[in-house]
Design a protein around this ligand. Structure first.
Ligand code: ATP
Ligand code: MN
Length: 478
């Protein structure tokens, strides 16, 4: 009869009036052999359970240790103590699982985020990660709600793919061939014909190409799944395994694409703010405390909640790549030689440049459009100037690039030209090119990195703290 329990989140909303309830959860602390702070993961707010002195066996009380799991039946009464409206006066306490307090790795004190990463199997039990993962859930749910409300079809694109033509990043090979002495071809290379799929395969870096196949028949689709990049970049914004949301829309140009992306970002932020106010308030306080240790000029100007409110209530800035480069060239930072990397038209902007635009110059999210053709993927639609493509990146304060998207090249001849120039093998992508051969349409889409979004909303500065079990170079524990 476990479903007879009430979750602490619901219980805390009751008007205390001697209702009898049963709760279950884990002990966060036990004071004066009388006051148990019980948490069941439904909220960061603990329930105060009172075990009246003299009412319970010594043997039971001894087993109420940090992290032990309990089933408590009692009555909900107004709390005379400070800090809570109500408390649970226990009538029956049952120990579901003991916990050796001496050996428990999470002591009731502040642990660093680095340390918590080493015990990621237990970090859900901290207030910080409880809040992060409830917010992450809300954002994920809001993603589906947003697209569902607009009639998009959720398309599951493959995780294992044979196309290595996208050029988005280094790929992880998927193979069942033996690592030692794999079968070889006559010229001494590995013979993937003998591999499981009869060819070389990889984990996907993006579902976009398959997404385009769906969109050019179903109209509007989105994907939301794991993507993999074996990029050896140890940064606070890159994971080897991350979740990406990729909508793809037929009958859609770059401007429609930007409008949708901006509306989408605002929608999921608003959803989390409406559904997780306590968690966000906790995370805002955590961030403020963390930033107190930074020098004044490194602290954020706005608190977390103010930042999110600001994003909701203001239009994103929209500028072209060419304008962005001009702003950088005119900037005091450039004149004082503060940028480590070169600035000139044609560069792939580095994180320092993106952050300057967003954090120093505009102080709000910025959509940069019309990038030089040569630094973008082959499928982006060529602009009439012959030099740029209809691409758009959305840059967010503290994160940098959060969305990358474009209008796609729907003209077969132009697409083939680009593929040839960029050495993308057209024969391998025959299925992709068929969309341009049979009823091609203007279409567009984008990819949003879900963990970067979670970072933005929760204020966690390292992407490893925005996913339950981060995979990064040299690290795949748990
Ligand atoms: P970056 O320049 O930051 O590496 P990218 O240009 O490689 O990004 P895209 O290929 O456009 O990114 O991917 C779409 C989105 O996926 C990005 O805007 C970002 O939000 C996210 N993303 C890309 N690579 C990673 C990664 N390694 N870990 C987490 N998120 C990522
Ligand atoms: Mn990248």
């Amino acid at each position: 009869m476990f479903n007879k329990r009430i979750k602490i989140k619901q219980l805390l909303l009751l008007e205390p009036g001697s209702q009898q309830v049963t709760v279950m959860g884990w002990v966060r602390s036990f004071r004066n052999t009388q006051f148990i702070a019980l948490n069941d993961g439904s909220t960061n707010n603990n329930l105060q359970v009172v075990a009246e002195l003299g009412k319970f066996d010594e043997a039971i009380l001894k087993r109420i240790t940090i992290a032990a799991s309990l089933k408590v039946t009692g009555v909900v009464i107004p709390s005379p103590g400070k800090g809570q409206k109500l408390e649970l006066k226990a009538t029956v306490i049952e120990i579901l699982g003991d916990s050796d307090a001496e050996k428990y790795p999470l002591q009731p004190k502040k642990h660093s985020l680095e340390f918590l990463r080493e015990i990621a199997h237990l970090r859900f039990r901290t207030n910080t990660f409880g809040a992060v993962f409830r917010v992450r859930h809300s954002l994920a749910f809001a993603v589906h709600q947003f697209f569902n409300e607009r009639g998009f079809v959720y398309l599951h694109t493959p995780v294992i793919t044979a196309s290595d033509a996208e050029g988005a990043g280094e790929m992880f090979r998927v193979t069942t061939l033996p690592a030692q002495n794999p079968p070889l071809t006559d010229d001494g290379t590995i013979n993937y014909k003998e591999d499981f799929f009869g060819r070389a395969t990889n984990l996907t870096v993006s579902g976009q190409l398959e997404g385009e196949l769906g969109a050019t028949a179903l109209g509007e689709i989105y994907t939301f799944g794991p993507t993999f990049r074996a990029e050896n970049s140890n940064t606070p914004r890159h994971l080897a395994e991350f979740w990406m949301i990729e909508p793809e829309m037929a009958f859609c140009d770059l401007e429609d694409n930007m409008n949708l992306a901006e509306e989408f970002i605002k929608y999921i932020i608003r959803y989390a703010m409406e559904h997780n106010p306590d968690d966000l308030a906790f995370l805002a306080q955590r961030l403020a405390d963390e930033e107190k240790q930074l020098p004044q000029d490194k602290r954020s100007e706005l608190g977390l909640i103010e930042k999110l409110d600001f994003v909701l209530n203001n239009d994103f800035e929209r500028i072209t790549y060419t304008q962005a480069i001009d702003i950088l060239l005119q900037s005091p930072a450039y004149k004082k030689k503060k940028f480590q990397y070169e600035v000139k038209w044609g560069i792939d902007m580095q994180s320092e440049h993106e952050r300057y635009l967003v954090e120093k110059h505009f102080k709000k999210p910025v959509i940069v459009t019309d990038y030089p053709m040569d630094i973008k993927a082959f499928y982006m639609r060529r602009n009439d100037d012959g030099k740029t493509v209809a691409a758009m990146d959305i840059l967010a304060p503290g994160i940098g690039e959060i969305v990358g998207g474009s209008q796609r090249e729907e003209r077969l001849d132009k697409l083939l030209q680009r593929m040839e120039a960029m050495h993308v093998p057209a024969e391998e992508l025959w299925w992709y090119l068929d969309t341009r051969r049979f009823g091609t349409v203007p279409h567009a889409g984008f990819g949003l990195g879900f963990e970067r979004m979670v970072q933005f909303v929760t204020g966690m500065s390292n992407i490893r703290d925005a996913i339950a079990f981060p995979r990064t170079p040299g690290s795949a524990e748990f």
